[in-house]
Design a protein around this ligand. Structure first.
Ligand SMILES: [Zn+2]
Length: 87
């Protein structure tokens, strides 16, 4: 009789432990953003320095003054004409 009570208590304790762990890990996963989703969020958020239009991919160049310029594909020749160094 005593053994069965101890067994039931252990099973209940294990169940509570597993449920709590699942709850905790679910909470922790909430803060994790998958890289694909993060990249999708980042895409289109940067503006070209010349035409000021949002672009999926910018090519970054260093200015002669040391400032960084981001150029889209259309404006890439402008940056190259100015002898800027790609970063
Ligand atoms: Zn541009």
């Amino acid at each position: 009789m005593l053994y069965s009570i101890v067994a039931v208590v252990i099973v209940i304790a294990l169940t509570v432990y597993v449920v709590l762990r699942r709850f905790k890990s679910r909470k922790a996963n909430h803060n994790i953003v998958s890289m694909n989703r993060y990249k999708a969020m980042q895409q289109g958020s940067q503006k070209c320095s010349y035409c000021k239009q949002k672009s999926n991919k910018l090519i970054f160049y260093a200015d002669h003054n040391g400032s960084v310029v981001g150029a889209c594909r259309q404006c890439q020749p402008i940056a190259e004409r100015k002898d800027m160094l790609p970063i």
